[in-house]
Design a binder for this molecule. Structure first.
Ligand SMILES: *[C@@H]1O[C@H](CO)[C@@H](O)[C@H](O)[C@H]1NC(C)=O
Length: 438
């Protein structure tokens, strides 16, 4: 048994060293050497716990890029030792991942998984705009990517603009160029040059007249019409300044209602695309944890909610959404300003958010290490009791003694306040629903 364990440990350690071999520990000279070859670099700090968790992913990235024959080198820099490098590249958070290509650098902002990072590296390390030269290649790209942009036509000022926009958005999405004659037969153009986005099983053409700036159009069109969302996608969608309409569902317990909500979201994204595409992004989210944090309360599952990510505001439907018409009514009430904006980033909301975040951090700490949190909380509480005791004994006055208990009670009752306000919200909603039905 012990021998087996020893063997397993040895293999495990061997694996780590083999894998770690493809990640180079970089130093201050990187500022100059980076110009020679492409580099994918993690900026880390030894005190960053998450960086330690992430380390194994990083080693796998290094090993896989090597085995794929990628020309990109993988490295990491301890920013506490080489802080001149960190300040040169404006590193503010840990870990930060950047790809360096010549004198350009590209920030990685996606989920920190091996596949997503490798996808990013392959996309950004190659030519920013990849020419497609045959119908076969075009089909291949269509089968591999859910969403991509294509410039169609020869040299033009639009193409120059396209190259600029592609350099800006290559960190998120693929950009290609193609001559008109290799496109699938089903694609009909108004003329060339033009730019198209292929997504949602169809394609949409850019029109300077209707869509304005190419960069703004690409920014608006770089998400699928309807898709699953997580905190990362929401973060990026914030940059499009569109509102996000979501079905919040529990995929572990799919109810009839949650399936209906998802279907309604998908239908509105396709059937009402022309109507809402400029203002709304549609999708669904599995689990309500993230949304609860945003609204600082408990959102039931399933629910429909619309978010304004620019100001942390949100909208809830006043009544149960049963049909597509109900959903249209809800979205229109947001656009015409009759729906009530909840949350937001006003002064009091920000204070509320700080308190809420502190409370949830404490709650999750309590779940992981209850003893420690009790100790943490009992310190100030003990101090209060101590001070009160001091006051009471120094001034033998009955009135101050009776003051002490409400104070202590209050600090206990605060714990339940979050739940109470969520209940209140639910109550209010119910009563407003009741009014509607009258
Ligand atoms: C979302 O919030 C921003 C910032 O407050 C605001 O300018 C914008 O009009 C809001 N969008 C909608 C559709 O209400």
């Amino acid at each position: 048994m012990a021998r087996i364990r020893h063997f397993v440990l040895k293999v495990f350690l061997l694996n780590i060293t083999v894998v770690a071999a493809y990640v180079e520990e970089l130093d201050g000279t990187f500022k100059e050497t980076r110009l020679n070859e492409p580099w994918l670099v993690e900026f880390y700090a030894p005190w960053c716990d998450y960086c330690k968790v992430f380390e194994s992913v990083w080693y796998e990235v290094g090993a896989e890029l090597k085995s794929l024959g990628s020309p990109v080198n993988v490295g990491k820099i301890d920013t506490t030792v080489h802080n001149n490098v960190a300040s040169e590249f404006g590193i503010r958070g840990y870990p930060t991942i950047k790809l360096f290509k010549g004198d350009q650098s590209f920030d990685y902002k996606g989920p920190r998984t091996k596949d997503a990072i490798i996808d990013f590296t392959n996309r950004v390390a190659g030519p920013i705009v990849r020419p497609l030269t045959s119908p076969h290649l075009f089909q291949h790209v269509m089968s591999r990517h859910d969403l991509f942009f294509v410039y169609i036509g020869g040299e033009s000022s639009l193409k120059e603009e396209y190259l600029k926009v592609a350099a800006e958005y290559i960190v998120y999405i693929h950009f290609f160029s193609a001559p008109e004659n290799i496109l699938p037969k089903a694609v009909t153009l108004q003329g060339v040059p033009t730019v198209a986005v292929f997504k949602d099983g169809t394609y949409y053409l850019y029109s300077e007249y209707e869509d304005g700036d190419l960069s703004a159009w690409v920014n608006r069109e770089r998400f699928l019409g309807y898709q699953q969302m997580d905190s990362f996608t929401l973060y990026h969608m914030g940059e499009t300044s569109k509102l996000v309409a979501l079905a919040v569902v529990d995929e572990m317990n799919p109810s009839e209602e949650s399936i209906r909500y998802k279907t309604l979201m998908e239908r509105i994204a396709t059937e009402y695309r022309n109507h809402y595409n400029r203002e709304f992004q549609f999708g669904y989210m599995n689990g309500n944890a993230y949304i609860n944090g945003l609204v600082m309360g408990e959102v039931l599952m399933p629910s429909i909610i619309a978010l304004n990510l620019s100001n942390d505001g949100y909208y809830l439907p006043k009544q149960q959404i049963e049909t597509l018409e109900d959903l249209v009514q809800f979205l229109d009430s947001i656009l015409d300003g009759t729906a009530q904006l909840l949350g937001g980033n006003g002064f009091f909301q920000q204070i509320h958010r700080t308190v809420y975040n502190a409370k949830s951090t404490l709650m999750s700490m309590f779940q992981n290490a209850p003893g420690f949190v009790c100790l943490l909380l009992s310190l100030p509480l003990g101090l209060v009791v101590f001070v009160l005791y001091g006051i009471c004994t120094a001034v033998p006055d009955d009135s101050s003694q009776s003051d002490s208990s409400p104070l202590l009670l209050q600090s206990h009752s605060e714990d339940t306040q979050g739940a109470t306000s969520a209940e209140q919200k639910a109550e209010e909603q119910k009563s407003s629903e009741a009014k509607k039905e009258d």
